[in-house]
Design a binder for this molecule. Structure first.
Ligand code: G3P
Length: 223
């Protein structure tokens, strides 16, 4: 399973990439808007992200009409070969997905909340599909059961669009995604950090080092 960071924050991306565990990035207009402070503009921000990340970087269109989405997608794609264009799961979005597939631009269908939407967007040609698990949990539904349904349906029909589990809130979402067989999880940096933390690791390391400190230094010479 690939790990993407769901952020447009350069420090988080730089740190995550240095850990060797970031396979790609997803952004959305909300995440981008948080980073455009002071001198920062969209082009500068995206260029910095693309300099740091070799894997797919999702950038979202903000047009609502399919022809405008397509023009926007072409402009975004010019920023880098690894740009994937995020398209909203609407009827206009379907029309855009179809044409973008025909002209060879990779897409990520975003704001997917049902199996029927997940089937429609792949029929139209989406490369990646992003069901939002946390936002389903927020309204009392079971986000992870949607991932199970999509995985089963795609496997039933040999659909090879990649499932990106999005709107991840905690490491349990990541664990369950791996057990279900999702292709990718995209998570905030906070969740990514939690994947590495365990109190028994900290406690164990402290005990090892405390015991090491008790040894006479002379006994530890290597030469
Ligand atoms: O980027 C799409 C998705 O991951 C957003 O998550 O936390 O705003 O529901 P969230």
């Amino acid at each position: 399973m690939k790990f993407f960071l769901d952020t447009a924050n350069i420090e988080e991306i730089r740190e995550g990439v240095s850990w060797g565990a970031v396979d790609g990035i997803t952004t959305n207009p909300t995440l981008i808007s948080k980073e455009l402070k002071g001198e920062m503009n969209f082009r500068k921000l995206v260029t910095s992200i693309l300099d740091l990340v070799k894997g797919p970087v999702s950038l979202e269109v903000t047009s609502l009409k399919h022809d405008e989405m397509i023009e926007e997608a072409k402009r975004l794609k010019k920023l880098g070969d690894n740009v994937v264009v995020k398209i909203p799961t609407t009827v206009e979005g379907l029309k855009a997905l179809k044409i973008l597939k025909e002209i060879g631009i990779e897409t990520n269908a975003t704001l997917v909340f049902s199996l029927s939407q997940a089937l429609m967007v792949v029929k139209a040609g989406a490369t990646y599909v992003s069901p939002f698990v946390g936002r389903l949990d927020d309204i009392g539904e079971d986000g992870m059961s949607l991932i199970e349904d999509i995985r089963t349906a795609y496997d039933n029909y040999g659909i090879n669009a990649k499932i990106i589990v999005a709107s991840i809130r905690h490491p349990v979402h990541v664990r369950e995604s791996a057990l279900i067989g999702a292709d990718i999880v995209t998570m905030p940096f906070d969740v990514f950090k939690k994947l590495m933390s365990h109190p028994k690791t900290d406690e164990g390391l402290k005990r090892f080092l405390d015991d090491w400190d008790k040894i006479d230094r002379g006994k530890l010479r290597l030469e």
